[in-house]
Design a protein around this ligand. Sequence first.
Ligand code: FAD
Length: 319
Amino acid sequence: MTTTTTGARNDVREVVVIGSGPAGYTAALYTARAQLKPLLFGSSMFVGGSLTTTTEVENFPGFPSGINGPDLMDNMRAQAEKFGAGMIDDDIIEVDLTGDIELLTDSAGTVHRAKAVIIATGSGYRKLGLPKEEELSGRGVSWCATCDGFFFRERDIVVVGGGDTAMEEAAFLTRFARSATVVHRRPTLRASKAVQNRAFADDKISFAFDGEVAEIKETSNMLSGVVLRDVITGATRELDATGLFIAIGHDPRTELFADQLELDAEGYLETQAPTTRTGLPGVFGAGDVVDHLYRQAITAAGSGCAAALDAERYLAGLR
Ligand code: FAD
């Protein structure tokens, strides 16, 4: 991907967007069409955000035959650029959001100044840290049942995790799958009682307590099974499965803002719902860095749009 910028680096920008996922690109599109000449920092290593790590996306409206994740993100970027959004494929490594003009430093040490900042840095799914895990993302390994469950009709799948999310994912997946084995490192689940009871009542769900996935098996570049290890005895066994759903939590990318903006107990950026305003004037939050409920491309894009409109109103109020 190329990098395009508009305007000199040290001008005071109307808007800078941090993050190149659906939230950031949508915020850039809307602010560009509002003639605010946004500049978007999209990361040095991970341009296009989480959807660049998947293959087919079947639930983004407007694409009845589905669309490849990286293609969807390239399209979003091109659409924002068409209306004059500047793009820099670099990280913001330091921010000072406390003054009237926000200061953002890139990895080369250049300080960018802006009247408004939209934070759309997303969140990362926690990984097991096993060989082949990332390579098989979209090829049997998934972090999102809502996104990928449909691809697993009549398959045997494994769900890793013991919290509410893992149980809800397992229950959702049994609408499609033949069986779901929940693998949890402890002897009991962490999920709330009601959620646990629903999972125990589902005959398609079985449990491997005190267990962990020790190895991922692959055939022809697709997941073909896992090796389970009993964490107490060390005994291992192979389980044939064509789906592995990892539901062990997320880490919102908020370290950069932790000492300046309110974060909730799980580290997500706090905004004044239903707006995208944070506690600091001119600073807005959108997408998965804020949202721990929905975490979908379309909801991220929607909140990127909302952040752009909030920023536009804020800037109009300064004039
Ligand atoms: P992200 O897409 O995570 O983008 C944030 C970007 O900001 C990243 O590129 C990050 O590197 C960058 N960034 C972070 N910090 C900085 C910084 N300091 N400076 C510059 N840049 C920074 N959703 C669906 O709706 N349908 C699906 O089929 C689907 N499949 C998925 C498959 C996989 C494997 C994964 C991981 C997710 C999937 N999702 C899907 C979820 C969807 O991708 C996310 O909900 C969505 O991408 C969130 O968008 P976002 O813009 O908030 O953040």
